[in-house]
Design a protein around this ligand. Sequence first.
Ligand code: FPP
Length: 247
Amino acid sequence: MSAPRTVPHHIAIVMDGNGRWATRRFLPRVAGHKQGVESLRRCVKACADRGVAVLTVFAFSSENWNRPQDEVSGLMELLVLALGREVPRLQADGVRLHFVGERQGLSERIRSGLAQAEAATAHNTRLVLNVCFNYGGRWDVAQAAAKLAAQGLPPTELNLDRAMALAHVPDPDLFIRTGGEQRMSNFLLWQSAYSELFFSDRLWPDFDEAALDEAIAAFGRRERRFGQTSAQLGNEAAPAAPRQQTA
Ligand code: FPP
């Protein structure tokens, strides 16, 4: 039997806790999101160094529009700033960027920034970084179903899978949420059917390399059965044969 893979191929993260990080320091919430970008940069590098092939992060949900207007515009500004500053670094580190989510609701300036960043990094192969922005798991299922209907294709699992916004990567192996909450909040509802879940109490800006290693180590201890049994996977000793009665 081959040794179990201990480094996940694909990690997905709900980067929660930026607001609390800022509030505890008497700073505006947007300062927490700025620090969140720093944490994301560190995490991307750490994932690439550890051999993770795909990192998918939740940067702005379909529901985040309901936040106070100044926070929403702060996040949009931060995205534009981060694109300008980070793309050359991602380029140097061999990271390919994909933005995943509904682009219709975004300004023309942001849409062209996303397209340019994707084009600039399109040939990189070390790590795929999917930034989910204006994304929701339910939106993704609905848009995939609509795409199939428009093509006259039946909504089979395979067809839906191919029509989903993350069809370019395999499903996440490890799903991490920081910030102490234990829920999925409409992130990757379809793709995380068999992901291992890991909840960290660290706020996202404090999620460092050691915290990532803790999550990866916990993943390495999980038994992934995908509906099978331990015995089928060869991980469980067969029950001892009944002892022969001797006269
Ligand atoms: C959740 O924390 C975090 C977000 C809604 C935004 C995540 C964004 C980043 C980490 C920065 C990267 C963003 C861009 C634009 C590239 P929260 O605000 O809900 O924190 P709280 O639970 O403490 O209030």
